[in-house]
Design a protein around this ligand. Structure first.
Ligand code: BGC
Length: 733
């Protein structure tokens, strides 16, 4: 009786909750529609009052110059302004727009990529955490600090999948995998946009696959790969609501992205239903003449607008030529109006018309707060990958009585940020040397540069070697700084730049164990280092709190938990490189000629995707599926026991891969389809479940059509790409 009653009560309650939820949802949807309609009506009213010049003005994104563009703003000829970071300047820009006839506010944009006051690790480092809530939090902090300065819009996240670290912008993305890249893309969009900023997912599309790894170079990507590998992070970012999209600089399959109607209208707007606006990349409209698809700037502007580029970043080609093009009838007014509408829609959704100017006095208080720095520290800890740790030389043991800290980077007071267009001052990073001194209580710590921070000049080389000889352990912080990484920093060799390889050889030759701390923007070729140094800590550039986090790991206060999101090549000749390759008809078996091998190098990377060590170890057992047969609408739960079998607490990234051994086309030998990150105390076991939607198991054909083919799928779960617990799932027709 009692149970009957409880059941009925429960049923009634859940009906009520369901109704309440759906009624609420319906209420929100209706309110949203009213909002949307109100926004569109407001845009109609504005459009009806705008001159052609004022309309084109909305399409004009101006860059920061010594003189504020006040006259242009008052004339209604500026739609957005970028790289202003001083709240007083931003207020002046806004005020000038308020003095214009229609008082349309400019949208203030900035590359708030991984920090503007509190720096978080480079995006590639953040990705190595595989910690989605933390990545979202990091972007949220960057967004909040940017908003406190008066910024409305960030040119981030960059979600270009990249498989070739010769490309210098590798550091801005999440690495080589489309699934992980997609999850990170949506986390970052949410992080920025819940801080009140509009995100601009970039660079649409295929910019991370330039031929030869050379920035801005053409990419050739077959449709199947475009959809399976390069588009998923964009799709995810759009689903997460990215309000704007940035078109890429390069030519994809022979067509410059900035002039591609197929990409910017047919794919982005028609297929994906994107309703925000598209911004060009820096002067990429003007550059269409250099690409050879426009004879002059007017034709370039015409092609870009007709393709679907709404806003002209910096180049001025729209402002210069579009009024004439529209008047001459070469561009229909409705095309111009549509671009203006998309931009105004974003401005209205952001509430820019009502937004008060920021109070400069309050800005400072909102920057580098203890809470933001705490988040930066947590993010840094989880972004540092332990690639090698021979003989468990790390963490530094009590037996180590003297430490030589080598490398100007170890005493650098600023951590490197890639993109610094606005010249934002960076400060407050604890040096690695100070962080080590703080922790190495019983040991003598000596420091010498050995090389300068750029790695190109020896400095204090002899004293570096001398103190190395006198010490029990050498901690050398080397890497890529200065101009060695980021946009335009393509390389043909991936050694440590400059004289650093020689210094490293000399340090190793002292016979003392060397722990190599790498601050780089990409995976380097570490083949020699891996064979000769005792430990390698890949830290990328870990931000404001990065040096402290590195020391916490070196001294075992924190166990490293990051894993690679890009394959580390053994040699540049292996590039491009990724784990999800197709099988060949001549697989490597005994490594002989006429197998698919290199004569002079292994096929495998030095460190594969999904690799990273810890100070503890984990064991996997009891893999099971919630069902062994699935329909295409089902989500299977994949469960496994993960046990911390070491002596320290630690976090483990559980990786789930699939392979379809037989399909109508060759399928990759492994593909990441899920993951989880868990914290485990020593001896603790946790059953981890990862959802695997059958709908995610398909692939695209050469027309871009997606299908899940029925049949057997092998599932692998473990702590690396070599995951060897396996189960089979049968997907029914
Ligand atoms: C980059 C963009 C960036 C823009 C503005 C360009 O060179 O490709 O990613 O947002 O500059 O700084």
């Amino acid at each position: 009786m009692f149970t009957m009653k409880t059941r009925r009560l429960r049923a009634a309650l859940s009906a009520l909750i369901l109704c309440a939820a759906s009624c609420l949802a319906a209420g929100f949807a209706a309110a949203q529609m009213r909002d949307d309609r109100a926004i569109e009506r407001r845009i109609d009213a504005l459009l009806a009052r705008m001159t052609v010049e004022e309309k084109v003005g909305q399409l004009n994104l101006v860059g920061r110059q010594d003189e504020l563009p006040l006259a242009l703003l008052r004339a209604g000829k500026v739609g957005g302004a970028m790289n202003y970071i001083d709240p007083r300047e931003i207020a002046a820009v806004r005020k000038a727009a308020r003095e214009s006839r229609l008082k349309i506010p400019p949208i203030m944009g900035l590359d708030a990529v991984h920090g503007i006051a509190t720096y978080f690790p480079l995006p590639l480092g953040q990705a190595a955490s595989w910690n989605l809530p933390l990545i979202e939090e990091a972007s949220n902090w960057v967004g909040r600090e940017a908003a406190a300065m008066g910024i409305d819009w960030t040119f981030a996240p960059m979600v270009d999948v990249t498989r070739d670290p010769r490309w210098g912008r590798t550091l801005e993305g999440a690495g080589e995998d489309p699934f992980l890249g997609a999850r990170i893309a949506e986390a970052r969009v949410r992080g920025y946009q819940t801080a009140g900023l509009a995100a601009s997912v970039k660079h649409f599309v295929g910019y991370g696959a330039p031929e030869g790894g050379r920035d801005y170079n053409s990419a050739w990507i077959p449709t199947e790969q475009l959809f399976d590998i390069y588009l998923p992070p964009f799709e995810a970012a759009l689903k997460a609501g990215s309000m704007t999209v940035m078109a890429a600089f390069h030519a994809l399959n022979g067509m410059p992205a900035t002039g591609s109607r197929a990409l910017l209208t047919d794919l982005l707007r028609k297929r994906y239903g994107f309703r925000g606006f598209v911004v060009s990349d820096f002067d990429s409209i003007g550059e269409l003449t250099l690409h050879g698809i426009a004879k002059d700037r007017a034709e370039a502007a015409r092609k870009a607008l007709l393709a679907g580029v709404d806003m002209d970043m910096f180049g001025g080609a729209y402002m210069e030529t579009l009024p004439g093009e529209v008047r001459a009838g070469r561009i229909p007014t409705r095309v111009l109006d549509e671009a203006v509408r998309r931009i105004l829609r974003v401005k209205l959704k952001l509430g820019l018309f009502e937004k008060p100017d920021v109070d400069p006095k309050k800005t400072e208080a909102a920057l580098r707060t203890p809470a933001a720095r705490d988040a930066a520290r947590r993010m840094a800890r989880e972004s540092i990958i332990l690639l090698k740790n021979a003989g468990d030389i790390l963490p530094v043991g009590a037996g180590v009585k003297s430490i030589a800290v080598i490398g100007a980077l170890a005493r650098h007071e600023e951590d490197r940020v890639w993109t610094d267009p606005a010249g934002i001052p960076r400060k407050e990073t604890q040096t690695l040397l100070a962080a080590i001194e703080e922790r190495a209580k019983g040991a003598v710590v000596r420091y010498a540069k050995g090389v300068d921070a750029c790695g190109v000049r020896y400095e204090e080389r002899e004293s570096a070697l001398e103190i190395a000889r006198q010490s029990d352990l050498v901690i050398a912080m080397l890497g890529e700084d200065c101009e060695w990484m980021g946009e335009g920093a393509s390389r043909t060799t991936l050694d440590l730049p400059g004289v650093q390889p020689d210094l490293l050889r000399d340090l190793v030759a002292t016979g003392k164990p060397v722990a190599l701390v790498l601050a780089t923007g990409r995976p380097l070729v570490l083949t020699w280092a891996n064979a000769h140094v005792a430990a390698i800590l890949q830290t990328f550039h870990a931000g404001t709190e990065g040096r402290t986090a590195i020391a916490e790991i070196l001294f075992g206060e924190v166990s490293p938990s990051a894993k690679t999101t890009m394959s580390f090549p053994r040699s540049v000749g292996q590039l491009p490189l990724s784990y999800d390759v197709l099988p060949t008809g001549r697989p490597q078996k005994i490594r002989q000629r006429y197998e698919s091998i290199y004569l002079d190098e292994a096929n495998e990377p030095l460190f594969p995707f999904g690799f990273g060590l810890s100070f503890t170890r984990f064991a996997y057992a009891n893999l099971s599926l919630s069902q062994s047969r699935a329909g295409r609408a089902d989500t299977v739960s994949v469960s496994v026991d993960v046990k911390n079998i070491g002596e320290r607490a630690g976090q483990e990234i559980v990786e789930l891969y699939v392979r379809q051994p037989v399909a109508s086309r060759s399928r990759p030998i492994r593909q990441l389809k899920g993951f989880a990150k868990v914290s485990l105390a020593p001896g603790e076991t946790r059953r981890v479940s990862i959802p695997l939607p059958a709908a995610s198991l398909g692939f695209h054909d050469e027309t871009g059509r997606y299908a899940v083919e029925p049949g057997r799928f092998d599932i692998y779960v473990g702590g690396s790409l070599a995951a060897d617990l396996t189960a089979a799932l049968e997907v029914s027709p």
